[in-house]
Design a protein around this ligand. Structure first.
Ligand code: CTP
Ligand code: MG
Length: 231
């Protein structure tokens, strides 16, 4: 049973402000979504479900014409959570035992430079029995939390920034998203969805390279990483 990754690429990229959807933006000539899928494949993913803006599907098919793994295409939803749910609904049928235990990753196309080692680490932790696996990195800024009357400092040593790919057993992720759908609960990542149904979240070491390309500053960093090569 292949490890499958749901690659969410259906956002518009409003903060980046490019003329095309963010996942199609090229860095050193190669679109973010193409880079993301190359890294996933290198890390052990055998099949991808790519969730795209419905109106742009043809452009995505073109840039992934020679993807290293089979691609299933799905249209995105209004929020990231809806896009993941659409991706889950498109998972290929397997017999029940295989489906329950299949390793499913969820990855942001915008985290195009995730090292293959991080992908492999997430897969390994799911195989070792973790419910939900999240790559995370320490936070370098001191952080203050806003309160009703001002703000309070947060103990930085206890903070971690969360990245993708996040990994799950398929049955569990399907249950988590079904529960969210039923209660109209919204979350910003899939580990929070798993936590919502009572799962423990295991952190593994992420990487600065797995940062999410979000605004024009990040494209400067992305070009530099592309010029530097693999970590
Ligand atoms: N995403 C998605 N469907 C949505 C919203 C986001 O598939 N309805 C994806 C994006 O394509 C991205 C990932 O979720 O790969 C993380 O989202 P974000 O970085 O916020 O991307 P955008 O929503 O495209 O950017 P912005 O918020 O600046 O518009
Ligand atoms: Mg967004």
């Amino acid at each position: 049973v292949p490890v499958v990754a749901i690659v969410v690429a259906a956002g518009s990229g409003s903060r980046l402000g490019a003329a095309v959807p963010k996942a199609l933006v090229p860095v050193a000539g190669v679109p973010l979504v193409t880079r993301a899928i190359e890294r996933l494949a290198e890390g052990g993913v055998g099949e991808v479900i790519v969730v795209v803006p419905a109106a742009e599907r043809e452009a995505f098919v073109e840039v992934l014409a020679s993807a290293p793994v089979p691609v299933i295409w799905v249209d995105g939803g209004a929020e990231r959570q809806d896009s993941v749910a659409n991706g889950l609904a498109a998972l290929p049928d397997l017999d029940e035992a295989d489906a329950e235990g299949q390793v499913v990753l969820v990855h942001d196309a915008a985290r195009a430079f995730v090292p293959a080692e991080v992908v492999a680490r997430v897969i390994e932790a799911v195989r070792a029995g973790a419910d939900a696996v999240v790559p995370a990195v320490p936070v370098s800024d001191t952080v203050r939390e806003l309160t009703d009357t001002g703000s309070v400092v947060v103990d930085r040593a206890r903070l971690r920034a969360v990245q993708t790919p996040q990994g799950f057993r398929r049955g569990l992720l399907e249950d988590a998203h079904a529960a969210l759908y039923e209660t109209r609960m919204t979350v910003t990542d899939d580990a929070a969805a798993a936590e919502y149904i009572g799962c423990d979240v295991v952190l593994v070491e992420g990487s600065r390279d797995a940062f999410k390309v979000t605004d024009p500053f990040d494209l400067v960093v992305a070009e530099a990483i592309a010029a530097r090569g693999e970590p």
